[in-house]
Design a protein around this ligand. Structure first.
Ligand SMILES: Nc1ncnc2c1ncn2[C@@H]1O[C@H](COP(=O)(O)OP(=O)(O)OP(=O)(O)O)[C@@H](O)[C@H]1O
Length: 639
């Protein structure tokens, strides 16, 4: 053995010994879940991988649960930090060399069939996630490069857009670019469109009018009516989307912006994404995929920030190349619980959504009759695929909430505190104290709203009242966690009977058999005969089940902020823990406080609140980098 070989051998031995020690420490510290440890064992014992590879595998698996689709080798220390372990990683250069040389690890996007781990561009990922990400990037890049066939009769379309987004009579101010109308124009041109914006910027209003415009554009072309699918990640959001679109259509009909035939032609049924794609119990694959795509010509997905990488990859795969995909969302919200921040990656790849490439700008100028100035510089590989809405349209009483959302979004601490200091106490207030003080405060602030649900005339009214108030907790467990306050509210209201009249329930798992989905809200109601049933709003109207027949569920008085994503309540009571916790972040505050339509009340000390404001949610994703690489190579793989 010459010296160089002996030295390399010695390095590898050291890496393996360090990796074995690190794995041991990670497990001893409880930083790995059982599945992460099992995956390391599978790599080591069944596939004969070295400890260095087993460590990379366990951390790649753990990283997915922490929301990362891959982690740069150089960021592995940060991951360990976030997991709260004292484990020491092997020397990174030596670890890198070992991973690159191991046959169990694929080191480029294409090769190494059958490997479970990927180590490309210095990032460690589960091979499955690397493939999801690459396939998603390829398909999105190809979709973003497509344009729809020219719209027939531009004057008629121009007239329609001006009717939909026209200004009030007598408004003589110079015409401003209406970004909602711009989004609709781009939906008539592109095959991939992201419509982003904060709360109340009119995303749903834009969707409703976009549907009208797409249907009218097909009619003007003499084409058959487009087949349209509306979807959202959960049943509750799908129901909200359905109701919101129906409300916009009703208002536009009443205002004469559309006629009755057009309103009737717009679909309002919205499904969960799982339902749209054809979820099959017990199977990972959906019924719809590239080989059996969806039949729709337009697919609109709301609350896209909540869609994780595997689901987004499967969605984009199932939407045929000839169809248009519109994703709606607020990129400042907490990203999906599982790996992804897909919307974040797409936004980073499509620029700020405020300017368009020259050809899109010219198209929009012709259609809107307002000058749309083109972008001065290339805004990213998906340039032109995003329109960001800026104007807040909520009622005047919500102005402080809009100001708060803006300040949180910018991370402007002084502005956030200023909004609280000078805001109306009835709209914005902040308190803190111990658990007993919190119970006292919630007895005053929350229980009357929940008692009103119980005292409603019927289950339909009770469910409508349930949207008035919700306790949102940053943590799930512990004295300031959602589980504790959920149980506390139920005990206060129901005197410890498990199913009591007026109890609010939330479904915790999808059940195709019931037609009930994770997040669906129900209420327990006693009928004339004294029998109790749990009522849920379903696409077929109100339906009831005996409590014992329900899929997994819990009370719904307090939920975690994560669980409340996509929901809205008149009043939000946000409970922060009494000391700092890793989960507290600017995105968590933003998500919690933008769930409120009318007022927010926060329980938490100023220091805890400020620490949360300073901390950003950390999500690692290679999506933007992959899109940039595809764009730089000038190659778009045809899906
Ligand atoms: N162009 C518009 N003109 C007048 N009112 C509007 C316009 N767009 C939206 N609004 C009003 O602003 C409010 C919020 O609109 P919408 O629900 O569409 O926003 P959103 O961005 O979907 O909100 P959320 O963040 O809650 O999902 C609604 O009351 C809506 O009627």
């Amino acid at each position: 053995m010459n010296d160089r070989i002996r030295e390399a051998h010695g390095d590898a031995e050291r890496v393996h010994a360090d990796a074995a020690r690190a794995l041991h420490r990670l497990q001893a510290d409880g930083a790995l879940r059982q599945v992460d440890a099992d995956f390391a064992a599978l790599l080591r014992d069944r596939l004969r991988a070295s400890p260095a590879v087993a460590l990379a595998g366990a951390l790649a698996m753990r990283a997915v649960a922490a929301g990362h689709s891959s982690v740069a080798l150089g960021d592995m220390h940060r991951l360990l930090d976030a997991l709260g372990t004292s484990a020491q990683l092997p020397d990174l250069d030596e670890w890198r060399a070992v991973l690159q040389a191991d046959a169990c690890v694929s080191t480029d996007d294409a090769g190494h069939a059958g490997t479970l781990l990927d180590f490309s561009r210095d990032r460690i990922a589960l091979r499955r996630y690397a493939r999801y990400e690459q396939a998603l990037a390829d398909r999105l890049a190809a979709r973003a490069a497509q344009r729809q066939e020219a719209t027939a009769d531009p004057p008629a379309l121009r007239a329609l857009l001006s009717r939909l987004f026209g200004r009030a009579a007598g408004d003589h101010a110079p015409p401003m670019l209406d970004r909602q109308a711009l989004a609709v124009a781009m939906a008539l041109r592109r095959r991939l469109l992201l419509v982003t914006g904060g709360p109340g910027t009119g995303k749903t209003t834009t969707v409703a009018r976009l549907l009208v415009a797409v249907i009218e554009a097909a009619r003007l072309r003499g084409a058959p009516p487009p087949r349209i699918a509306l979807a959202a990640p959960t049943g509750e959001e799908a129901a909200r989307l359905r109701e919101a679109i129906a409300a916009v259509l009703r208002a536009d009909l009443a205002a004469g912006r559309i006629d009755a035939d057009t309103a009737a032609a717009v679909p309002t049924q919205a499904r969960t994404l799982h339902r749209l794609l054809g979820w099959q119990p017990g199977r990972v694959a959906f019924r719809h995929h590239a080989g059996h795509p969806l039949r729709e010509d337009l697919v609109v997905v709301d609350e896209a920030s909540m869609v994780d990488l595997p689901l987004m990859a499967k969605l984009v795969e199932a939407v045929p190349a000839s169809a248009t995909l519109v994703l709606i969302g607020d990129p400042d919200q907490l990203p999906a619980v599982e790996a992804g921040d897909v919307l974040g990656g797409l936004c980073a790849a499509s620029g700020d959504g405020l300017s368009l490439p020259a050809d899109d700008a010219a198209f929009a100028t012709a259609l809107l009759g307002t000058d749309v100035s083109p972008a001065q510089a290339d805004t990213g590989p998906l340039a032109g695929a995003r329109v960001h809405l800026l104007h807040g349209w909520r009622q005047a009483g919500a102005a402080p909430l809009q100001a708060l959302a803006g300040a949180l979004q910018r991370g402007d601490r002084d502005a956030v505190l200023d909004v609280f200091a000078h805001g109306d106490e009835a709209v914005l207030s902040r308190r803190h104290g111990d658990g007993a003080a919190l119970a006292e405060a919630l007895r005053r602030e929350a229980l009357p709203a929940f008692a009103a649900v119980r005292d409603a005339d019927d289950p339909g009214q009770a469910l409508a009242l349930a949207a008035r108030c919700r306790i949102l907790a940053a943590l799930r467990r512990g004295p300031f966690g959602a589980e504790h306050w959920n149980a506390w509210c139920a005990a206060e209201l129901g005197e410890r009977t498990p199913y009591f009249h007026g109890r609010l329930l939330m479904i915790a798992a999808n059940s195709e058999r019931h037609g009930l989905y994770n997040g669906d809200l129900g209420v327990v109601w006693r009928d004339r005969h004294g029998d109790l049933a749990a009522w849920f709003e379903t696409p077929q109207g109100l339906r009831a089940w005996r409590p014992a027949q329900l899929p997994v569920h819990a009370s719904a008085y307090a939920t975690t902020v994560h669980k409340a994503q996509g929901s809205e309540f008149d009043r939000v009571l946000l409970v922060l823990p009494d000391s700092d916790a890793r989960v507290l972040s600017r995105e968590l505050l933003y998500t919690a406080l933008t769930r409120a339509r009318r007022s927010v009340w926060i329980w938490g000390a100023t220091e805890t609140f400020e620490r949360a404001l300073e901390r950003r949610t950390w999500r690692e994703s290679g999506l933007e980098a992959r899109l940039r690489r595809i764009s730089a190579s000038g190659e778009c793989a045809v899906p």
